[in-house]
Design a protein around this ligand. Structure first.
Ligand code: ARG
Length: 262
């Protein structure tokens, strides 16, 4: 018995020696909690979101924000040993609130060069593409079909920026994407441009009235979602990136995908 234990110990020590200068999972775990970010020093991470973007964030039956992003940031908070406080606000205010009203933002937010002027981003955690929602009887099928059309979107989103570039199109901005979808159903819009997963959720609410077209067929590129962070807070970025990597490795991330995505 004793011999077996010492063999196991010897094995463990060799493993520790061999991996000593590499980064093992427990090393990275240690790194996450050792990093001293000012932002985390009060033990609270205040997180801005816009809970109008299912399945990433929405207001749950209990009136509280819920969804994939909310679960993800809570899991990150747990890993970092801080309490997560969610602030639900307009999407368009999320970036400017970082550093004043909030510490970070999680909102299915696409990494863009323009946003990178004012905030940093975590490692990307999800890919998406803009989708085009149209009335079931619409003939819109290509990018050129969108020229000169009246197209709805959520204000300040990448869908909004795409519409701005469509020649002759009227860009109809809403505070919530769901309001654009309702106007599409009511015949006030020719199309709505919104991210893939929410597009699927919204279209499923009106199976007979709405068609959900993949924006890749319109030439729209792949977008990466990441957590927006205060510019220059490298310690916070490091801590959050390590937490995301750990969750991807230990299966926590996939569990959340299974739980929240269709
Ligand atoms: N991915 C798009 C963007 O970053 C839309 C995000 C909207 N998110 C939300 N929670 N309403 O602009």
């Amino acid at each position: 018995m004793k011999k077996i234990i010492s063999l196991i110990l010897a094995g463990a020590m060799t493993a520790a020696l061999v991996t000593g200068c590499g980064s093992t999972q427990s090393d990275s775990n240690a790194a996450a909690s050792d990093v001293a970010s000012e932002t985390l020093s009060d033990g609270v991470l205040t997180v801005g979101t816009n809970a109008e973007f299912p399945p990433f964030e929405y207001v749950g039956d209990n009136g509280q924000p819920d969804g994939f992003d909310i679960a993800l940031i809570k899991a990150i908070g747990e890993e970092l040993g801080v309490e997560v406080v969610i602030e639900n606000m307009e999407f368009d205010s999320l970036v400017s609130s970082i550093g004043s009203k909030t510490d970070v933002a999680i909102a299915g937010m696409t990494v863009t060069e323009e946003r990178q002027q004012s905030v940093d981003f975590s490692e990307p955690y999800y890919n998406a593409v803009q989708h085009v929602l149209i009335p079931a009887d619409s003939t819109i099928a290509t990018y050129d079909d969108l020229l000169g059309k009246t197209i709805g979107c959520q204000l300040g989103t990448t869908g909004d920026f795409i519409i701005e570039e469509i020649e002759g199109a009227t860009d109809q901005q809403y505070n919530k994407a769901v309001d654009a979808v309702n106007d599409l159903v009511n015949g006030r819009l020719d199309a709505v441009i919104v991210d893939s997963n929410p597009a699927g959720v919204f279209a499923a609410n009106f199976p007979d009235q709405i068609k959900d077209l993949n924006g890749e067929d319109f030439g729209f590129g792949i977008e990466e979602y990441a957590i927006a962070l205060p510019k220059g807070d490298t310690a916070l970025k490091e801590a959050i990136d390590v937490a995301i990597t750990n969750m991807k490795e230990d299966g926590t991330f996939d569990k959340l995908v299974d739980e929240y995505m269709e």
